[in-house]
Design a protein around this ligand. Structure first.
Ligand SMILES: [Zn+2]
Length: 289
């Protein structure tokens, strides 16, 4: 995509990492090779690398510029987090792309995390003199209260090994007084509202962006790959509640199919933006070029 215009709002992608990543059978416990291969042959070629047999998965941040605010949605994996390979992505592409978009750390007014996973909270903080501090000094960071509380509790109970995401990427924001803990009804301004889509994580939310009669929806990790439009019941190994994730996906896909609304899933490769079309009991993801 690079930049998508929705009325008075622009949405720009900042990529941290892209390319072939995982085999479908390793990602979807319900994967059926015969069914999957048939779908993959019909899908847009950008989503699958035939040579390696791996799905193409991108890690990116969306910068949403409304008339009043500059918001980052999801902040990739960040730097100095000590994640073991393959999650130790080099930091430079994200920083270079952030700069290329004409942004400075000071210019960000808000950060919103669709959910609090390793690859959606990384740049929330940076290591300075041995301490994790907010990367964006003037930003309010918007976390869903239920999501924050869940990861705080599981980390404290030791049930979230290694448990560094909440400790390093979220708690320092609250301690710095820069967090806004919100519920499903939160509205940043008349262009920016939330829709709860639980399942991938307990309080995962999509972001609706509306301006001048147009609408785009940043869907976070409600789906990871276009295969899940063909098979909405294929949840991933990363979902907290796979059944609920599938239900959220089907509800969402049904609600946007045929509406012309733009859909922006964080992990879909460039051009990322697409529109949903119903196809019997399934859906099609049509990239917008
Ligand atoms: Zn993710």
């Amino acid at each position: 995509m690079e930049t998508l215009k929705i009325g008075d709002v622009t949405i720009t992608s900042i990529i941290e990492r892209d390319g072939p990543w995982r085999k479908p059978a390793d990602m979807f416990p319900a994967y059926d090779p015969a069914v999957g291969e048939k779908h993959l042959a019909d899908l847009d070629p950008v989503v699958f690398d035939q040579a390696s047999g791996k799905m193409v998965i991108t890690y990116q941040t969306f910068v949403v510029k409304t008339p009043k605010h500059t918001v980052l949605i999801d902040t990739c994996t960040g730097e100095d987090k000590g994640h073991p390979p393959p999650m130790d992505f080099p930091k430079q592409p994200w920083l270079d792309n952030f700069k290329k978009a004409g942004l400075s750390f000071e210019s960000i007014t808000h950060v919103f995390c669709t959910h609090l996973h390793i690859d959606h909270t990384g740049w929330n903080t940076m290591l300075r003199n041995g301490r994790w501090v907010p990367t964006f000094p003037n930003a309010k960071y918007i976390f869903h209260k239920g999501e924050y509380t869940h990861w705080e509790a599981t980390t404290k109970e030791g049930k979230n090994p290694p448990g560094t995401v909440w400790t390093n990427n979220c708690r320092p924001i609250v301690e710095a007084g820069q967090a806004l803990l919100v519920d499903d009804t939160y509205q940043l301004d008349d262009t920016f509202t939330l829709t709860p889509t639980p399942g991938h994580s307990p309080c995962h939310c999509c972001v609706n962006i509306r301006s001048k009669g147009q609408e785009a929806i940043v869907t976070g990790d409600m789906m990871h790959h276009a295969l899940q439009c063909r098979e909405p019941e294929w949840s991933t190994i990363f979902d907290t509640d796979p059944k609920q994730a599938a239900a959220s996906r089907r509800t969402f896909l049904s609600s946007v199919a045929g509406t012309g609304k733009f859909v922006l899933p964080i992990h879909f490769p460039s051009p990322t933006t697409g529109r949903i079309e119903a196809d019997g009991n399934r859906f099609k993801y049509n990239f917008v070029r």
